[in-house]
Design a binder for this molecule. Sequence first.
Ligand code: DHB
Length: 398
Amino acid sequence: MSADTITRTRVAIVGAGPAGLVLSHLLQEAGIESIVVDSRSREDIEGTIKAGILEQGAVDLLSSIGTTSRVHTLGDRHDGIVLGFAGEEHRIDFPGLTGRSVWLYPQHEVLIDLIAARLAAGQDLRFGATVTSIDGVDTSSPRISGTHADGEPFTIEAEFVVGADGSHSVVRPVVTGPSRQGGYFREYPFAWFGILCEAPKSSEELIYSNSSSGFALISQRSENVQRMYFQCDPEVDPNAMSEAEIWDTLQARVPGTELKEGPIFQRDVLRFRSFVSHELRNGRAALVGDAAHTVPPTGAKGMNLAIADVILLNEALQELLLQGSERGLDRYAETASQRIWKAQHFSWWMTSMLHLTPEASDFDRMRQLGELRTVVESEAGRTYLAEAYTGWPFATTL
Ligand code: DHB
């Protein structure tokens, strides 16, 4: 390919995460061609460990994509979670309260399925392709340019550019203006220490536990691999703790459950941020997923919110590219924002209700227990949590 080769397509999608891949599928179903580029390699994308909870609506959509989705075979339906506090455990029954469930199916498995499905459908999907410039979003033929994995330059001319490229988005600055911050932002004074271990399940359902020494989450991956997290200082070195210290820390924080220990084969520290971009669209460019917003992990809303954005943007792009109308696009930011802020609130609320802040007073601590008791002892309280956790109905721009 020579330096001045220009490929034309209808939608240039930057980012081959859940948002970019699902969008390329929905567009193809409507007969709209796209190209998806990602700076990471396929191995990187398929190997990065992330959260694992899918809302019912997200599962329904993913299982309709190709024949490769293993969400119903490898994934596990969860009909509730356990909230732990004050040495007690309280179950929140999702189907009983909302008629819906969630699925535990890790994001990297979702990506393995989606990449296989998109390649089988003939999608132009380029790994290791780094975008260095985005031009003309104020015209009807915006372009993205950069270099392929082999160092060859590329330019893609499209009718629309989508930033589905995560929290370090290269598309965001052309949407928000030159300031990369360009958004509502909040940091938290703690992080999660995450482990993967080889052990049987300690609990059939997720346990979210508030304890006097901090938060812990007991999650699962399979019959013999488990995922667990505990609140830690954001500066902690994940390799500084022994396995025995990790197990002691976790066990002290879930006093109602006896943890089944096993060799720890992965450790990571996840930082907490809340972020929403001030702008979600500028001319012929729009943001979806983590490029548009970040939530703290408590409640696992990240991937679900990305899918909800994509459903809306897909409708708006169909209206633009099949009917020549910008009506849906003009409504995209406002419609998507409503769910984004509901999910921001839920993620912040779960985080603040369950974690211990370094400056918390005795009053703050007792108030937090009062809040948890209010939730678990009231059907309205449990229903609010269950509705948000299992996911609100998808909105529409139509
Ligand atoms: C997982 C992560 C979350 O943030 C959460 O709320 C639930 C589960 C997980 O990785 O299993």
